[in-house]
Design a protein around this ligand. Structure first.
Ligand code: ZN
Length: 290
């Protein structure tokens, strides 16, 4: 059994043009928690004015109808975020930093060393129940290909601090399957977070499993790829991933039909087709209307 972490309410919506109010985001989370998904990344504790799509994180968390067996997480970049996280009752903290200087400067106004220090302080305060996600682990929009040795060094560093698990993220969807399998295998990272920007996302997720990953991030409907942005960067779609895995006998414990129903609902909320393909094609030819 592998774990799928649903990141649509966070990574997905954060990269959408539309800003959904906290009650709609909580509604999405509550629908997702009924599908058998073991994990949902619910919110991000960043400044509301920096990322308006993620505004009102506390309101979202307050409106979550907690369901047994589902782990709810929040994203934290620094100590300010940690304070907000600690004031909430979430199960898991996801601390993230980029693998390059330029990405951290754009994303967190910090050099790589500064971002590493900030993340270290946060992780050290709560290593249990903490995931460290290393963004742009395979390629950076500003610096190009990333040295695997740098990523390995970061993985070792955060393991040394006691971080419970490490996720390598192909944030801009540039990796190819061989690279993913090798880097996951070499670092023994527990998880992989992939975007389908260049159509390699699903093959990469599969390769991550072959490399030893036990956790895959995905976003309902492939949320996150704004069709109006010149460089769409959608996550792999959760239902497309589940279709592929279950078809190959990899158990996820997730109800595919329930996921599809949520993407159909989301399409009406956002007023446009989503990037995921399985919700439009149907789970099987028999289930498809003629
Ligand atoms: Zn992402």
């Amino acid at each position: 059994m592998i774990s799928v972490c649903e990141v649509g309410p966070r990574d997905g919506l954060q990269n959408e043009r539309d800003i959904l109010p906290p009650e709609t985001r909580a509604d999405l989370i509550n629908r997702l928690s009924g599908t058998g998904l073991p994990r949902i990344e619910a919110v991000s504790f960043v400044r509301d004015n920096a990322v308006p799509q993620m505004g009102g994180a506390e309101e979202v968390v307050g409106a979550i109808e907690r369901r047994d067996g589902v782990e709810y997480s929040g994203l934290v970049l620094n100590e300010k975020g940690l304070e907000r996280f600690n004031a909430m009752t979430l199960d898991r903290m996801n601390v993230t930093l980029g693998a390059t200087d330029s990405f951290n400067r754009r994303n967190a106004n910090a050099s790589l060393d500064e971002a590493k220090e900030r993340a270290s302080a946060v992780v050290s305060s709560r290593p249990e129940g903490t995931t460290v996600t290393i963004s742009v682990a395979f390629g950076c929009p500003f610096e190009g290909p990333v040295d695997p040795g740098v990523v390995s060094g970061l993985v070792d560093h955060f393991r040394g601090l006691g971080a419970e698990e490490i996720v390598l993220a192909d944030t801009i969807g540039v990796a190819t399957p061989g690279q993913v399998k090798t880097l996951i295998g070499d670092t023994a990272a527990e998880g992989f977070h992939g975007h389908n920007t260049r159509n390699t996302g699903y093959a990469n997720a599969y390769a991550a499993l072959e490399g030893g990953a036990k956790l895959l991030d995905a976003s309902i409907g492939g949320l996150g790829g704004c069709p109006f942005a010149p460089r769409a960067t959608g996550n792999i779609a959760t239902e497309d991933l589940v279709y592929m895995l279950e078809g190959d006998g990899v158990e996820t414990g997730i109800d595919l039909a329930a996921l599809i129903a949520i993407s159909e609902w989301l399409e009406t909320v956002l007023g446009r087709p989503l990037e995921g393909q399985v919700y439009r094609a149907g789970a099987s030819p028999a289930a498809r209307s003629t």
